[in-house]
Design a binder for this molecule. Structure first.
Ligand SMILES: C[S@@+](CC[C@H](N)C(=O)[O-])C[C@H]1O[C@@H](n2cnc3c(N)ncnc32)[C@H](O)[C@@H]1O
Length: 205
């Protein structure tokens, strides 16, 4: 990965800077990527998530895309809409928490083996702070997967994700992880044919 310079503040502005609670007040029981793209993510999780692990689904909703036949010890969800989180059949516990207001995660240190952020990183206005806090709640040997595609809520995505082409968005996210102190930062293009792309960045603590 090339050396990363902190991005200019303008890249983290949004068209809609009103409180996120307003935008996420109504539940959205929708999928945000094609079925084939969800299947590609689920298939990736078979290798990435050890059965029985403690997992944090950060920026979660009603669906976590986990393999149905594999059980995990704990699946914690953190997101903005309580109805969506309550409807997610895979979550063992959940919290409503606005990461743009409070980037520190409300979990004790070393709580999780794995974390996932799915099609949501573009909504964080302080991603390096969130990812640094996330590193602290992962255990030694823990790992994170950030899954990205090309759809977004345009008024709530930070300017970088609306302005930069995909390759530069991947570099930006790799840079977030570098600055947040992660190791082994890897990019995987796991896109299925004729469906929304699936770009994954993985890293270890
Ligand atoms: C496009 S949805 C993706 C949901 C889910 N990860 C999935 O794969 O379907 C974006 C998610 O980001 C979460 N989110 C957006 N802004 C947030 C914030 N400020 N703090 C915490 N979560 C946020 C929302 O609750 C929503 O569930």
């Amino acid at each position: 990965m090339p050396e990363f310079k902190p991005p200019p503040a303008a890249l983290f502005r949004r068209e809609d800077e009103s409180a996120d609670e307003n935008f996420y007040r109504q539940p959205r029981f929708a999928t945000h990527i094609d079925d084939a793209t969800i299947a590609a993510l689920t298939s990736f999780y078979r290798d990435f998530l050890p059965p029985g692990c403690d997992l944090l689904d950060l920026m979660s909703s009603w669906i976590s895309h986990l393999p149905e036949d594999i059980s995990y010890h704990r699946v914690a969800g953190l997101g903005m809409n309580a109805e969506e989180l309550a409807a997610n059949p895979r979550l063992s516990d959940y919290l409503v928490h606005n990461l743009n207001e409070q980037p520190q995660l409300p979990y004790p240190p070393a709580s999780f083996d794995r974390a996932c952020i799915v099609v949501s990183i573009q909504y964080l206005t302080q991603p390096i702070e969130v990812l640094t806090s996330l590193r602290g709640v992962l255990r030694p040997g823990g790992a994170l997967c950030i899954a990205m595609s090309h759809r977004l809520f345009p008024t709530k995505a930070v300017a970088a994700f609306r302005q930069l082409p995909p390759a530069q968005r991947m570099q930006l996210v790799a840079g977030y992880l570098h600055h947040a102190g992660y190791s082994d930062i890897e990019f995987i293009d796991h896109s299925p044919p004729d469906a929304d792309p699936l770009w994954l960045i993985t890293a270890t603590v």
